[in-house]
Every structure is written in structure tokens, then in C-alpha cells.
Design a binder for this molecule. Structure first.
Ligand SMILES: *Cc1c(COP(=O)(O)O)cnc(C)c1O
Length: 478
């Protein structure tokens, strides 16, 4: 399609203003630019069509099935958007006096309380702006704990199983720790003997992604947290995948000391395109004195600000991404005690349904009951007919389906990670399976078709690294 500058025609305008009948204001000439900016000149209808066409080029949860593993790209109910756009929430200023924002403080306080109940934690902060930011905040809690016990110099290592999300080791390094990786066992869980061998008096803690990036709930979880605690370390739960367990199992009951959740995955904020997100962090009471400030606490006079005794200070300006919190609050209230566990049941059911329908053709990387997502291994197909995970992902675009996560987790070399989410109907899941099975057949009969896919999109196979590293963000005039 053509760009705005390419459809521009000199003198074309959107609206015709009447001649000015008031005195013209004279600016100080030193404030004026020497030549007029080169702006596109376009009529209103052409501009409208341009943006409508542009919107049609993108793909979102509102356009079709979007099974991007580990991202929980679920449908976000519109009522939550409506509530987040109420003037009472959007029109306030973060520096307003506490007494004038009691309602918003109540939303934050009650959201914290519900998230504590869902995760089994005692206290929660809403400041972190994303999952990885929450991990970093949680690790600072662990750091402060060891520092106050005079053990920080010795406890320098964070154990991260290889089935963890990629942000886990990155956050541990950012927080000043070194990372020790432990392998998975044949069932896709943490290898307990390797874990026992890895812990020692230099262990600061463990970060566990659960369900892990293979979509599996680790059956050794109680043993894992015990091994770490016995060694004097603390346990961090990456709860970004809480969609699979909320209302059924709580990190706090499994022995974890702190956890983050992703409101922009599980709790109904649209994501992608870089934000805004929210990664609240919860902890057990013995860590609460280090939480970021200000805290939101319930007082005799409604909700208000407070400061933890040994607070780590701010991890983000003001109070985090407040409107994301409003959406999460609305989401939890509308689902309630019955709906929250039902949502995760359906997420797990949908993933298992798809996995079983696809298993006769595709190799399932760890063929056990999965949680909210599962990983297919395209390795055998690649060996047989030379079609890889990327080819299959790209071919899905021709059928109007967003590709699943590719080449992740790294322990499966030709991985396709599928997360259907709870909001999809049986018809949608059936069609997606039909398409994937059809593509499997095509791979065997006509692999060329897959190598050249997508065949129906305006961009086929861009140089992704170059596009990310050297984006062209402005129009370059001839
Ligand atoms: C998405 C995700 C993260 C990171 O969350 P961001 O908000 O993208 O920083 C961490 N862990 C897991 C398991 C995730 O799925």
C-alpha cells in the first residue's frame, strides 16, 4: 500500500476554514521556523481510507485465532475497557492529595487483596510495569532479605531451571546475582537430583516458571521448594502463566516466598506492541517490610498511602499502570469466585483438546497432560520432508490464523508452542486443528508451498533481525 507522503497532493485539505475575522496574533520571529514543515496534504476521505486499510493489515485477537504460547492472548471483555475509561479514573492526577482519590485507592487496595488471595501471598505491590519488572522487584526482596541477615556476600547464586521463561535468568543478572541452570528430567520437570547437587550455602534462591515453558505443572514442586529452603534460599514463582492455575492452586501454598503475576496476560489488559502492562509482586509477610513505597493500605478511614519499614523505594514512578489495575479489578469482580477457576479450567481443557486432536499427526514434545499450552516438535517433519517450524507458522497466516510461538522453549529445537486460551469456542479450536492437519498434509505432498508461505500477505518473510535493529521510522524524501 502507498504511504501518506506518496498519496499527498499539493494544496489538498481536510476542511476549509472561513477567512479569519479576528486580529492575527504575531509571534516573536525568533520562535518561528524558517520554512514550513513538509506534511502530507490529503483529503479527509483519503486519510480515512488510508488508516482503515492500514488497520486491516494488522492482526489482533479481534481479527482471529491468536494461539501465541506463553503470551495468553485472550479476548479482553469490553466492559473492562469501558470501566477503565471512566472520567473518575482517567481524569485524576498522581499528585492529587490522598483525600481526593479515595475511590482509586480502594480499587488498588482491593485488587491487591484479591491477588493476595489468588496467589496465597500476604502482601502485594502494584508498581512493577511488566512481568520482567516484577521478577526484578521480587529478586530485590530476596536480596534485601539476605543482606539483613549478613549473608548477601555469600549467597550470590539464583537457580533457574532450563524450562524457565527467558526473562528469569536476565532478571537474576540484573539484580546482581549469578545464574545456575538446572536441566529438566525426561518428563519435562526439574531434575531433582541435579537440583540437590546445585544448591549450597551460596544459594540465594530459585526462580521457577510454573507451569513451565513446556506447558507442564511440575509434580515435584513441593520437593523443589523444600530443597531450596533447606539450603537457606528463597523461592520465587514466575506466575505470568497463572491463567492455568488461578482459583485451583496457589504459589503461597506450594512453599513460594514471592511471586509476580502479569495483569496484561491473565487479567484482561490487551497487550502486544509494547504496553502498557502491569506485573504486581506478592510476598509472604516476612518480606513485606522491603516492598516498594508508597504502599496502599486499608485504614480506619478508607484506603491510604503508607511506607514499608525498610522499603526498597520506588521501582516505578507513582503507583504503576493504574488503568491496567482497574481492568484487572473489573475482570476479577465480574468472574468472581466461580468464574476465575472456571476460566483456568477452560484454558487447560482447550489446550488438551487441541493437543489430542493434533497428536496423531504432529509429535508432541512432552506427551503428558498439559496445562494451558503445549509444545509440538517439528523436528521429525523437518528430517523427513525439510519443512521446519517457521514454514508451518508462516503457512498458518494464509489461513487467517496467527502463528504460535516459534523456536521457544529452546530445549525443543523446532518448537511450536500453542496456547489457545479459554475464550475460544469449540468451533474455532476445531477449525484451527483442521488447518494444522491440512498443513501437515501439504508438508508431505507439496513442501514448496510451505517454503514460500505466506502467499497471501502483503509482507512475506521480512528480515526480522534487521527490522528490529534498524527500523525505518520516518519517511525519507528523494
Ligand atoms: C510473558 C512472561 C514473562 C515476562 O513478562 P513481560 O510482561 O513480558 O515482561 C515472564 N515469564 C513468563 C512465564 C511469561 O510468560
Amino acid at each position: 500500500m502507498k504511504l501518506l507522503f506518496e498519496i499527498s497532493s499539493s494544496g489538498r485539505r481536510q476542511s476549509l476554514l472561513p477567512d479569519c475575522d479576528v486580529n492575527e496574533y504575531k509571534f516573536d520571529p525568533s520562535l518561528l521556523r524558517s520554512e514550513a514543515p513538509r506534511l502530507p496534504e490529503i483529503s479527509e476521505v483519503d486519510l480515512d481510507r488510508h488508516y482503515t486499510e492500514l488497520a486491516g493489515e494488522t492482526f489482533g485477537v479481534n481479527s482471529g485465532f491468536y494461539p501465541l504460547g506463553s503470551c495468553t492472548m485472550k479476548y479482553n471483555p469490553k466492559v473492562n475497557e469501558e470501566l477503565a475509561s471512566l472520567r473518575g479514573f482517567t481524569g485524576i492526577h498522581p499528585l492529587q492529595p490522598e483525600s481526593t482519590v479515595k475511590g482509586s485507592l480502594e480499587v488498588m487496595g482491593r485488587t491487591q487483596a484479591m491477588l493476595c488471595e489468588i496467589t496465597g501471598m500476604d502482601k502485594m505491590t502494584l508498581q512493577p510495569a511488566a512481568g520482567a519488572h516484577g521478577e526484578y522487584t521480587g529478586l530485590l526482596l530476596i536480596r534485601n532479605y539476605h543482606r539483613d541477615r549478613g549473608e548477601l556476600g555469600r549467597r550470590t547464586k539464583i537457580i533457574v531451571p532450563e524450562s524457565a521463561h527467558g526473562t528469569n535468568p536476565a532478571s537474576a543478572v540484573m539484580a546482581g546475582f549469578t545464574v545456575v541452570s538446572v536441566p529438566s528430567n525426561a518428563q519435562g520437570g526439574v531434575d531433582l537430583d541435579a537440583l540437590r547437587a546445585a544448591v549450597g550455602d551460596d544459594t540465594a534462591g530459585l526462580m521457577l516458571t510454573n507451569p513451565n515453558t513446556l506447558g507442564l505443572f511440575d509434580p515435584g514442586i513441593l520437593e523443589i521448594t523444600k530443597i531450596i529452603h533447606d539450603a537457606g534460599g528463597l523461592c520465587y514463582y514466575d506466575g505470568a502463566n497463572l491463567n492455568a492455575v488461578m482459583g485451583h492452586a496457589r504459589p503461597g501454598d506450594m512453599g513460594f516466598d514471592c511471586v509476580h503475576v502479569n495483569l496484561h496476560k491473565t487479567f484482561s489488559t490487551p497487550h502486544g506492541g509494547g504496553g502498557p502492562g502491569s506485573g504486581p509482586v506478592g510476598c509472604k509477610s516476612f518480606l513485606a517490610k522491603y516492598l516498594p513505597s508508597p504502599e496502599i493500605v486499608e485504614t480506619a478511614d478508607g484506603y491510604g498511602f503508607s511506607e514499608a519499614e525498610n522499603s526498597m523505594g520506588k521501582v516505578r514512578s507513582f503507583y504503576g499502570n493504574f488503568l491496567v489495575v482497574v481492568r484487572a479489578f473489573a475482570y476479577m469482580l465480574t468472574l468472581g469466585r466461580q468464574g476465575i477457576p472456571e476460566a483456568s479450567e477452560n484454558a487447560v481443557l482447550n489446550a488438551n483438546y487441541m493437543m489430542r486432536k493434533l497428536a496423531p499427526a504432529y509429535k508432541i514434545a512432552y506427551d503428558a497432560q498439559c496445562m494451558h499450552e503445549f509444545v509440538m516438535d517439528i523436528g521429525p517433519l523437518k528430517d523427513e520432508v525439510g519443512v521446519n517450524a517457521m514454514d508451518i507458522a508462516k503457512r498458518l497466516l494464509d489461513f487467517g490464523i496467527h502463528p504460535p510461538t516459534m523456536y521457544f522453549p529452546l530445549i525443543v529445537h523446532e518448537a511450536l508452542m500453542i496456547e489457545p486460551t479459554e475464550t475460544e469456542s469449540k468451533e474455532t479450536l476445531d477449525r484451527a486443528c483442521e488447518v494444522l492437519l491440512e498443513i501437515f498434509k501439504e508438508a508431505k505432498e507439496n513442501p514448496e508451498l510451505l517454503h514460500s508461505a505466506p502467499n497471501d500477505c502483503s509482507i512475506s518473510r521480512p528480515d526480522e533481525v534487521n527490522a528490529a535493529r534498524n527500523p525505518v521510522l520516518k519517511y525519507i524524501f528523494e
